[in-house]
Design a protein around this ligand. Structure first.
Ligand SMILES: NC(=O)c1ccc[n+]([C@@H]2O[C@H](COP(=O)([O-])OP(=O)(O)OC[C@H]3O[C@@H](n4cnc5c(N)ncnc54)[C@H](O)[C@@H]3O)[C@@H](O)[C@H]2O)c1
Length: 441
């Protein structure tokens, strides 16, 4: 397959619908890294290694030296928001990064100004937008977004584009007939069907232009049959949903470990307090519902209670998110986990994670943008399940259970990279080392 991966040379435009805390922390981070002020910690594409061949060969190159990825110096940023603050102002407001760092890269950040958003208050009740496009129909809004993308590409001299949704979480919606086929969806766009969310209009516009799309929020967006159909038709890579950071990251590290040792789980109570704009949006019950569904699926999919009812058939799993302004972006989460071991004896695990939401999310945005661009250049179109590693609620083919175990997700990701480059996949069987030794005697 290696010969099929097109070169990464040229400029990559990363377009972000939603230029709030995550997006600005990502952009400012990349600019600081380019200047040599900071390091891309938490990013697999920049700092991760991958083993090639047998353990005895001792080959562990950096991922970025193994697969052709866009260079950070070739990246340009753009995006949309319903507030017209430039990225510097928005980053200062988000209060994630220190002013000293932001002032060092002020001119680069001030130069990035959001384009007018496609927004519908019915989907994000706690925000009031002023910097918003107006058009007669949702179809016209999609055309306007396509114009934005083309103009950006031309003006900034980009060879390729990729879109990563960093906008607010939209209210909970389920797939309905307007989402079922591309024809229905396009009909719905023309008729202003209220079931078509703004994020879907961005995704439609990108896919129409052959621009790949990754979704960092739990809203459906590209995870509807109509847009999967369009992605296949136009040969475009898509993935989602919901960046896996903070508490869910911990859950998908810990739960597979407990299960691996056949320990029982009786209850898992997860509580969060956070005070950023994301927290404000999630304070609305309909928006929280979207996040709750995304967070709750994780344990059930890892533990598969139906396969092992003695250990996991009776779990009480609860997730709460509370808006608490004094904490800003520094989310605090508590997990109480009731487990049981040998002969049913009970134990408890308590986790108190004082995390920084956007600090955990920013490297995910970078990796998703670079890997999605890689997939596109490798001719891998449609749903990119190998990027599940980055998501709380991975998008999969219809009828396929998502894989949530972070270690299996990593194996899948690394094997996909090996596959792209024509290297042997690693099964971790390892018997060959011992057979060779025996044969050598
Ligand atoms: N930070 C994390 O750890 C994390 C993890 C998983 C998912 N997420 C998701 O990532 C998204 C961004 O998080 P954040 O902390 O940056 O939130 P934020 O509120 O700081 O930023 C979101 C931005 O999106 C804008 N927006 C909303 N609707 C829009 C639209 N239709 N078009 C353009 N812009 C729009 C808002 O004005 C806001 O500036 C949220 O959906 C959040 O749930 C974040």
């Amino acid at each position: 397959m290696e010969h099929q991966v097109k070169s990464a040379s040229g400029r990559l435009g990363i377009l972000l619908p939603g230029m709030g805390a995550v997006a600005t922390t990502f952009i400012a981070g990349v600019e600081a890294i380019k200047r040599g002020i900071s390091q891309p910690i938490g990013s697999l594409t920049q700092m991760g290694n991958i083993r090639i061949g047998k353990r005895t060969e001792n080959l562990n190159p950096l991922i970025k030296d193994f697969v052709p990825l866009a260079n950070l110096n070739d990246i340009v940023f753009g995006g949309w928001d319903l507030y017209d603050d430039n990225v510097f102002k928005s980053a200062v407001n988000a209060e994630v990064l220190e002013p000293g760092l932001l002032y060092a890269i002020r001119s680069e950040l001030e130069a990035i100004k959001p384009m007018k958003a496609v927004f519908d208050k019915a989907y994000v009740k706690n925000l009031k937008g002023t910097h918003v496009k107006e058009a007669a129909s949702k179809y016209d809004l999609a055309l306007a977004l396509m114009d934005d993308m083309r103009t950006f590409q031309e003006e900034r001299g980009c060879d390729r584009l990729v879109v990563v949704w960093c906008g607010s979480t939209e209210v909970y919606t389920e797939t309905s007939e307007v989402h079922a086929t591309l024809a229905n969806f396009e009909h719905g766009l023309l008729n202003n069907d209220p079931r078509i969310a703004p994020s879907m209009i961005y995704a439609y516009a990108a896919l129409r232009l052959g621009v790949p799309f990754a979704n960092g929020a739990p809203n459906l967006t590209v995870d509807i049959p109509a847009l999967v159909e369009l992605a296949k038709k136009n040969g475009v890579a898509i993935s989602g949903k919901d960046f896996k950071t903070g508490q869910t990251l911990m859950k998908t590290i810990l739960a597979p470990g407990l299960q691996a040792r056949a320990l029982g789980i009786r209850g898992w109570f997860s509580s969060n307090i956070l005070g950023n704009r994301d927290g404000l949006v999630l304070d609305d019950p309909d928006n929280f519902k979207t996040k709750e569904v995304s967070k709750l699926g994780v344990l059930e999919d890892i533990l598969r209670p139906e396969n092992n009812p003695e250990l996991y058939g009776n779990i009480y799993h609860k997730v709460r998110i509370n808006y608490y302004p004094p904490h800003g972006d520094n989310k605090e989460s508590w997990d109480n986990i009731d487990i049981y071991g040998w002969l049913g004896y009970q134990m408890q695990i308590k986790i108190n994670f004082l995390c920084r939401d956007s600090i955990l999310a920013a490297p995910i945005v970078l990796d998703l943008a670079l890997f999605t661009d890689l997939a596109q250049r490798a001719g891998m179109t449609g749903i990119q399940e190998w990027l599940s590693f980055y998501y709380k609620s991975p998008q999969t083919a219809e009828g396929l259970r998502p894989e949530h175990d972070i270690f299996k997700q990593l194996i899948k990701l690394q094997n996909t990279l090996r596959h792209m480059m024509g290297e042997d996949l690693i099964t971790h069987l390892g018997l060959d080392y011992y057979q060779e030794l025996v044969e050598g005697l």
